[in-house]
Design a protein around this ligand. Structure first.
Ligand code: TMP
Ligand code: ASP
Length: 245
């Protein structure tokens, strides 16, 4: 697959044109940002870890009937995906209180939610991704009612598939962010990435944070946590089973 010119550079990935009109190449960078780009850093090997981790999740979801952009892993840091018209709404799904929900509602981090909570954010760096609801989405024409109903259904299905899968790996899925896009056929499918950058993962035995909160909150050993997630997904679950972390 020939890599042509760069189409876009985001905070964590670059997108390249390919010889196929409906396919693009995503390149995962080691760069890390937090708080809408205010905090900047690099996490060694983050690019290849997130590429490997995300591709495992996208294959799992596809096997479970979720339409996704994933086509093929091309190299350590590169994945070939369907070119989509990205829907400018970030979908956050929460099982346990953490992060901005803890702040907004004054709840203690770690509190179980009686039902999963789904939230929408307007994807805008300029505005700092403000929280919105369905009425804002329709009023701004960001998505149609039928697109949003497909997105909500998929988000809850994805949550259940990931919860079940991660439970066996000794990982608690606290919350995560999803993005969707429209294909040339007009159908909505899952886009972007699913990685420790976009999810909160806690070790189910110790509660240790194994995600980007280690970078956001200066907890140290960020790359080690990402590596631990990849190892568990690949089946080497020594630390989960034998208590050696
Ligand atoms: P929050 O608690 O900061 O709102 O984050 C909720 C989830 O969304 C968490 O798993 C991290 C993820 N997330 C992103 O992927 N990108 C973002 O820009 C933000 C703010 C959160
Ligand atoms: N996406 C946010 C940023 O750009 C980071 C985050 O908190 O995940 O800085």
């Amino acid at each position: 697959m020939d890599k042509k010119e760069m189409l876009y550079e985001g905070k964590a990935k670059k997108i390249f044109r390919t010889e196929e009109q409906d396919q693009v190449l995503l390149y995962y960078k080691d760069d890390a940002t937090a708080f809408n780009g205010e905090k900047k850093g690099r996490i060694s090997n983050k690019g290849l870890l997130n590429n490997a981790i995300s591709n495992i999740f996208f294959r799992l979801l596809a096997e479970n009937g979720i339409p996704t952009h994933f086509i093929a892993e091309l190299s350590e840091k590169e994945v070939l995906v369907r070119k989509l018209d990205i829907i400018m709404v970030e979908v956050v799904m929460r099982n346990i209180v953490a992060g901005s929900l803890a702040k907004r509602l004054g709840l203690e981090e770690g509190t179980n939610l009686a039902k999963p909570v789904l939230e929408f954010y307007y994807k805008s760096d300029e505005l700092g991704d403000p929280m919105i609801n369905e009425y804002h989405i329709y009023a701004q024409g960001l998505a149609t009612e039928s697109e949003l109903s497909a997105i909500k259904e998929m988000a809850f299905q994805i949550n259940q598939i990931m919860l079940d899968y991660l439970e066996d790996k000794g990982i608690i899925l606290v919350d995560f962010k999803l993005e969707f896009g429209r294909g040339s056929d007009g159908k909505v499918c899952l886009a972007d990435e699913i990685s420790p950058d976009t999810c909160r993962f806690w070790d189910s035995r110790s509660g240790k944070k194994l995600d980007k909160d280690r970078f956001r909150r200066d907890l140290g050993d960020v790359a080690g946590a990402y590596q631990e997630i990849l190892q568990r997904l690949q089946g080497s679950e020594h630390s989960a089973i034998c208590g050696q972390d």
